[in-house]
Design a protein around this ligand. Structure first.
Ligand code: SF4
Length: 342
């Protein structure tokens, strides 16, 4: 029998475990403290638990922390880590330093079933959901862990397609018994699963980023098959009706493909569909990936598109491309590593 993992369990789940072992009710909080605040590597290091409690737990559980299996460093300081999930599956985690900020980009699934045509992870197909422990291990087991300032759920997989585990991980990150992070330092990015976006908005106070990529339905469906079942218009209606308050942000991710989605017609339609939503549009230069039918725009084209959006009253910024020399496009490194194991 393989031991279950304590790391990644919520306080409620730890409560159930300690109740099942007939341990005192305060033990769950002690374990959470050791896992998420004092960062004990092993159960044996949880020294204020009774010996009996430690040995009961050790019979069935491990903390379950796993170091990355490899690391690649870009000339610009971006790092890409691979974590091994099993013999053939790998997930990617990126660390992006930017002046005083150090952002970690977490994966939530091995592969992805959304099938976006421009994405290497989409080409892998769906290979399984990550648990809350797998998601948080990417944050906890990095050498940069103590210096991280921001977390984005923008790696492999679709967060709203694994909402239960994503919400657990966010609860652990933001609870006083967990890491105690402010939700304003965490952003979750989604293609927009209409049936789940409201639950996400109501369950956390973390920022929301929606992958938009074009304002035109047919064009979006050609890029992102999810548009058919979850039209972005419905996603925007949900966002428009939700009270984000003063602290919480909604942003739109917009990968710019040369000559495809950066025309004056796109600017005009974006201004129309985003009307009434207090938001920012993050323009991301497409990273060319092997065999892709899309190409990367030049910086001049990116700036002209940004300026046209700003002129229409849309706050648009260009997100600096990072780590292009280390295959930082999501899914590329893990695809190469998986191919080696086959
Ligand atoms: S872009 Fe995101 S949602 Fe789309 S296939 Fe890639 S990982 Fe999945």
């Amino acid at each position: 029998m393989t031991a279950d993992r304590l790391f990644g369990k919520t306080l409620k789940e730890l409560d159930s475990i300690t109740a099942a072992e007939s341990l005192p009710s305060y033990t769950a909080r002690q374990i959470a403290g050791w896992l998420y605040k004092r960062e004990a590597p092993e159960i044996s290091a949880m020294t204020d638990l009774s010996l009996k409690a430690r040995s009961l737990l050790e019979a069935k559980f491990v903390t379950g922390l796993t170091p990355p299996s490899s690391e690649t460093v870009s000339a610009d300081g971006t790092k890409k880590y691979l974590f091994r999930i099993d013999d053939h599956r790998f997930i990617e985690t990126a660390v992006i330093p930017d002046r005083e900020r150090v952002t970690v980009c977490l994966s939530v699934q091995a592969g992805c079933r959304m099938g976006c045509h421009f994405c290497m992870t989409g080409k892998q197909g769906f290979q399984g959901n990550l648990t809350s422990g797998d998601i948080l291990n990417q944050f906890r087991s990095l050498p940069e862990h103590p210096s991280l300032t921001n977390i984005v759920y923008m790696g492999m997989g679709e967060p709203l397609d694994n909402l239960e585990e994503v919400l657990k991980s966010l609860e652990i990150l933001t609870s006083e018994w967990g890491y105690g992070w402010s939700p304003t330092r965490i952003t979750v990015s989604t293609v927009g699963i209409t049936a789940r976006i409201k639950e996400f908005l109501e369950s956390t106070r973390c920022h929301l980023a929606v992958s938009l990529h074009t304002p035109f339905d047919a064009e979006r469906q050609a890029l992102m098959p999810v548009q058919k079942a979850h039209p972005v218009k419905e996603v925007l209606d949900i966002i428009r009706a939700f009270d984000f308050g003063r602290q919480r942000r909604v942003s739109f991710e917009y990968i710019v493909f040369k000559g495809l989605n950066d025309t004056p017609a796109h600017v005009k339609e974006l201004a129309r569909i985003l009307n009434g939503i207090r938001c920012r549009v993050n323009l991301i230069r497409f990273h060319a990936v092997p065999g892709s039918e899309y190409s990367s725009p030049g910086m001049k084209e990116m700036e002209a598109f940004r300026d046209s959006l700003n002129d229409r009253g849309i706050t648009a910024t260009i997100r600096a491309s990072r780590g292009e020399d280390i295959s930082a496009a999501c899914g590329l490194l893990s695809t190469m590593e998986q191919n080696k194991t086959l």
